[in-house]
Design a binder for this molecule. Structure first.
Ligand SMILES: [Zn+2]
Length: 284
């Protein structure tokens, strides 16, 4: 197990799993797109990182021919919402035999994996999948712009614990033994900001955006119930001066108007892979 304690703590926040996915219409679109993308000849499904079961709890309503549905996750709290067969298990050490499932789903999971977990997790997904793999990830997330600073220890982190960003090209080369059948953009169209060097500097290095959600992976400061008023070296954490705040807002508006382009793209990428029999014959 290489997931740090802060990461584990983040995934055990009860309110997170009570609310996530169920009240967000955009997430509902993603969930129904994932379920409708399941190929017709699939009879057994494993979802790695199933969270609160938003996908697997709904598969049997739409796909009547599926005989076995299993979810695994590292969060006990998340698994308490899952209604199918389930196991507490890490993606990098799956407890199943080789080729145990016709389909393995990893939806909004692989972008959360640290480097070693990612390498092992990808191998494990390929090992237990017999026919297909279905992946969804945020569409080309700008990790630099989305990172935030811990107000206690000043380290930078992604409040959603996203460690990786994927575009279509990266997804194409994800697996050795599976080839991509298709990849598509799904979900609502969002305006992705493309920053000039000046705007990136303004928003990232000068503004020092403070995290508002998440748990700092370095010092464990929890933004869900922030009570501490002192930083790591004992200085009182200052509230922002209201006049400075107004000046910053004006500068931000000007930067957005003159130094930022907007690109329309859909929020997620969804990709289906099929086991490559050419490669399988070559190596088996
Ligand atoms: Zn910190």
């Amino acid at each position: 197990m290489s997931i740090s304690n802060s990461h584990k703590e983040y995934y055990e926040i009860p309110e997170f799993w009570d609310k996530i996915f169920s009240h967000d219409p955009d997430e509902q679109i993603r969930i129904s797109m994932v379920i409708s993308a399941i190929p017709g000849d699939v009879q057994t499904v494993l979802e790695t990182g199933c969270g609160n079961g938003a996908i697997i709890n709904n598969i049997s309503n739409q796909k009547k021919n599926i005989e076995r549905i299993v979810g695994v996750d590292i969060s006990k709290i998340a698994l308490s919402h899952v209604k199918t067969e389930k196991f507490e298990c890490n993606i990098n050490e799956l407890i199943f035999e080789d080729k145990s499932f016709d389909l393995v789903i990893a939806s909004e999971v692989i972008e959360h994996l640290t480097f070693n977990d990612f390498i092992r997790g990808i191998k494990e997904i390929q090992r237990v999948a017999n026919k297909y793999i279905l992946i969804s990830v945020p569409n080309d997330e700008n990790l630099l712009v989305n990172s935030r600073m811990c107000q206690k220890c000043y380290c930078w982190f992604n409040p959603n614990y996203h460690m990786n960003s994927f575009d279509k090209q990266k997804l194409y080369h994800l697996f050795d033994n599976f080839e991509m059948v298709w990849v598509k953009e799904v979900g609502p169209v969002i305006k992705m900001k493309k920053y000039s060097k000046f705007a990136a500097a303004r928003f990232h290095y000068l503004k020092k955006p403070i995290a508002k959600i998440g748990i700092c992976p370095q010092c464990g400061f929890n933004y869900a119930n922030r009570k501490e008023e002192y930083d790591i070296i004992g200085r009182k954490i200052k509230q922002t001066d209201p006049i400075k705040k107004k000046m910053r807002v004006c500068l931000d508006i000007l930067t957005r108007l003159f130094f930022t382009k907007k690109i329309n793209k859909k929020r997620w990428l969804l990709a289906l892979y099929k086991r490559s029999y050419i490669l399988k014959n070559k190596y088996n």
